[in-house]
Design a protein around this ligand. Sequence first.
Ligand code: 3HC
Length: 314
Amino acid sequence: MDRPAPPAQPELEREFSERIAADERIEPRDWMPDGYRATLVRQIAQHAHSEIVGMQPEGNWITRAPSLRRKAILVAKVQDEAGHGLYLYSAAETLGADRSRLLDLLHEGRQKYSTIFNYPATSWADVAAIGWLVDGAAIMNQVPLTRCSYGPYARAMTRVCKEESFHQRQGFEAMSVLAKGTSAQRRMAQDALDRWWWPALMMFGPPDGQSPNSAQSMAWGIKRFSNDELRQRFVDATVPQAEHLGLQIPDPQLHRDGEHYRTGEIDWTEFQEVMRGNGPCNRQRLAARVRAHEDGAWVREAAAAYAEKHPAAA
Ligand code: 3HC
């Protein structure tokens, strides 16, 4: 018996658009436009790369944490970031991406990770500021992704966001201990805020008028809010927190405008330069990432050999 001819492409595209319009979840086995798939692989891969490269600035402080409690919290957080990377590489694999290929693209500088991780963490207060500001910005950006139209990404984000809220709270708590501490500790906290504030605003991406991917990503239900909308939400949430800490946001133009706080102009030239690889730590971060990957080759080989010998356990 002849098999029915598969629906023509236009029919498939119409059905896909109707499903997106109805806010339905798209799953790995569903038909999807090539552009939708490619956009998701691009964004999920960069998100995963950001998680594992993001382990470095804080990871360097694990051996220098000021107490056993802080060390235990930091170890848990850095371990969480590794796990977030693994969830996200798994989500990319559901789209047909090859994990080792994605890592090659990262190592060759042909795929991005968030610019924020190319800044140095020069004092313990930076670890606090990263938790408070970087994870705070990440939550603002990731909570809408729990409603992303692509099922595996949205479900990965649900798990990630639960752990991110612990990351942000421990950072804010560490920051408040410093801000209420000695004058030297207060100076450390203010210095960290001065250095991490503007790069944290850049985490949300370029301004809406210079974001080539946003319109299509929003039409496909991948992005739920624009870069500027989420950035504004982050500013509105974080300025009162800085005031509570008794710290100054390093922006003389910052002012209240009704229910919002308006910032001065972000240095998009700096953003583009760091994105191009010319940030303070780009080379070290990528070199450390490549070294870790190469040093871990024996683990991958052993796991593959074991899986071959014990297929049932794989
Ligand atoms: N760092 C590096 N590249 C960035 C960037 C940033 N902060 N912001 C934007 N870009 C890149 C984009 O990737 C895009 O380049 P591409 O087309 O070559 O990929 C270009 O700049 C233009 O930006 P668009 O706004 O058009 O791109 P997107 O629509 O992809 O939006 C985004 C950018 C908002 C970052 C979006 O990709 C996103 O929401 N990604 C998922 C969240 C994420 O990756 N967060 C990064 C931090 S993860 C983290 O902080 C972990 C936490 O545990 C610490």
